[in-house]
Write a protein that binds this ligand. Sequence first.
Ligand SMILES: [Mg+2]
Length: 398
Amino acid sequence: MKITDLKCAVIGNNPVVRINTDEGIYGLGQVEASKSYLKPHVLFYKDLILGQDPTDVERVMLKIRRLGSFKPWGSAVSAIEMALWDIAGKAVGAPVYKLLGGKIRDRVRVYNGAVRFPMAGGQSPANYADNMQRMKDAPQKFSIIKQGLAFHGGRITESPKHFYGTHQPGPFHANRGPLSERGLNYIVDCIRAMKEVCGDEVGLALDLGPGFLVPDARRLAQAVEDLNVAWLEDMLTGDYVPYVSADHYREVTQSTSTPIHTGEQIYLRHNFQELIEKRAVDVIGPDPCDIGGIAELKWVAEYADMHGILMAPHGVLDGLLGLAALVQVAATLPQNYLAFEYPTGQPEWWYDIVAGLPDPIVVDSHIAVWDAPGMGVDLIAEEARRYLREEDAGFFDL
Ligand SMILES: [Mg+2]
């Protein structure tokens, strides 16, 4: 089998990758909804993979894997990898999880990072508690819910009473600096209010950064020790930070019983090595749409397990094709697997253009692993065509 074409269409906000072959089998992959600008980057790899056998996934990846980097520059390589696995599975009539070594669970646990309700009335601890109650009551019955706070949600850096640093307006989480005592207390109060709603029925995870300095991260982690939260995520580095700071994380992690989490922006196993070998965090959260693909994530999970580190993969914006990739790989992860972050289809019409997903998708915080060949999901061309941009009109052509 040979690759005959690599295409990319931006559907909604998600760049979608399609690889065609000379045998009529095609594969699909998806880039996060926050990266609609990545289409040219996907197409950059086209000439490097044309003519290759897509079922030799690793041989194809050797051509392109080195030409990527931390988020957002690992997404194109990751989406191509997913499309290759999709083809490899379809070629032998097996679900992708079989090719990754087989599943060790029939249902995969997910956590809530995407099913959101508008925050009513402001950002007081009581508002956060009300919002948490709505998420706890959601029909998916999530067993772990993550909320953004501090540098990763809310407007704490705009308040000189809470933040001693200089506020940086704009996207990509550019703020970093010292918090005041009042700022730290406010964060603790919000966590405490949400935890009262969660009780011990629902795990509470907090997405907090990047932006903390080491002493503040240490103080916060220690201040919430009695609350037994699921994890504190990305306090020091994280979203769009192109380095790891393993020694800094290790200092925070070793100072507290609160589980510390990072990893969503990190590209390739090599960049997890120090974090894992130094046991610098308790939980890592690589995203299959950023780390370099599902086999890369699987490799890191095995290595993390050998070092006593848990897996809670990121996925909030990975879309419904990304969801399929998460399900396939999560079915195969070792017993350090906790849950992955459940992505929703946005806009809502995404559910009308994808075939193969269960309905409802999440039952009791789990997704039943399906057995259709490849990733087991497909775009319904007749439905999806109306959402294609003019320049992408030929996306479904073989
Ligand atoms: Mg995060």
